[in-house]
Design a protein around this ligand. Sequence first.
Ligand SMILES: Cc1cc2nc3c(=O)[nH]c(=O)nc-3n(C[C@H](O)[C@H](O)[C@H](O)COP(=O)(O)OP(=O)(O)OC[C@H]3O[C@@H](n4cnc5c(N)ncnc54)[C@H](O)[C@@H]3O)c2cc1C
Length: 403
Amino acid sequence: MDCNDDQESNGESLRDHRCCVVADGAIIVGAGPSGLAVAACLKAKGVPCLVLERARCVASLWQLKTYDRLRLHLPRKFCELPFMPFPRGLPTYPTKKQFVSYLEAYAEAFGIRPEFDATVGSAEYDRGVWRVIAEGSEGERKEYVSRWLVVATGENAEAVAPRIEGMGEFKGSVVHTSMYKSGDVYRGKRILVVGCGNSGMEVCLDLFDHNARPSIVVRDTVHVLPREMLGISTFGLSMWLLKWFPIRAVDRLLLLLARLALGDTARLGLNRPWLGPLELKSLTGKTPVLDIGTLAKIRSGHIKVFPAIRRFTKNGAEFVDGRLEDFDAVVLATGYKSNVPAWLKEQGLFSENDGLPKRPFPNGWKGENGLYAVGFTKRGLLGASIDATRIANDIERIWKTQH
Ligand SMILES: Cc1cc2nc3c(=O)[nH]c(=O)nc-3n(C[C@H](O)[C@H](O)[C@H](O)COP(=O)(O)OP(=O)(O)OC[C@H]3O[C@@H](n4cnc5c(N)ncnc54)[C@H](O)[C@@H]3O)c2cc1C
């Protein structure tokens, strides 16, 4: 393999690129929890790797794009990365700061030093190797070459902000949750939160806690479950029940317990989907909301619920039920998407439509020609750890035959 082969790639000569690095082991794109987990698993097996990260820190989603009050949604034992438990004494749901500290310590413990400020703009399989081109914020470009390419750019790489009619006319501020830090700046203001996933519901609570006046748009059906049931985490209870009972039976039990704990959410404007929460998650990836107190504020009338927006007006929004309401600002809790189709020139493993692996868990981690995907299972950090272990085992097998 020669880095300096004069060849055409995307219509341009690779000689245009200032520098070329031949990676000894695998190239991992993304230094979030998934990328770090693969790097650690490879290092533990003596396989070198090079991690490319567009930000200037590890876990940039957690460090730069999340709100201050965020804690892990799931208990910490389900969020540990391979080989390293959380430090003793941490709460069941560690704060974002505690989680970031854990990830920084994880990178340190395994000697993982990503190349920061390296945004991968293209990756292509070419004559037995992956050629990856990354660009820094000053416009400098580098080419990296390896037999193995691990995609760890995440399900949440880019914010999704829908265009809604009239949005340009609205004179208040509109921000995505990736830019929202705290309700402090919204004190006394009327805020419309668009989207009722875990982030939207929690942002509403944060706004209420900061004396703002939040309303939430609930366009689709949604499963809201208490974060704990029968004294244990709903997630943990579900995992345990699934070992013994079929998914539909577990769903029926969860919904019964949720009804006892939360009452009929439909009466609050939060209609439940036809499928149960776990079956829906496994078929569509849609995560149930784990309630941490928002529902009580909806019930008490402190957080208002609205259906889908028909259009924005200068001072607020008109909803599909005809109601018109004034707002000072809008927070879009409308989620994220993968950015893989924008840079990976390959159509076997990833879908062009949503940038996620075409094959569902547990079969979406491996493609052709040394290509891997980690952290795209819709199963959070637990799924990422499972992927990471598999990928490292697979690469090690080939590595060993050659070294
Ligand atoms: C608010 C919120 C709360 C969550 N809570 C939990 C929880 O409690 N438990 C749980 O299991 N999961 C949770 N999740 C899911 C979350 O996706 C995972 O926790 C975790 O961050 C996924 O790790 P990842 O490494 O796959 O992706 P990310 O953390 O998104 O990391 C991907 C990295 O790739 C980098 N990158 C992207 N594109 C490029 C490129 N082209 N070139 C170079 N680098 C690139 C990004 O900058 C980023 O650093 C939560 C998600 C959100 C948004």
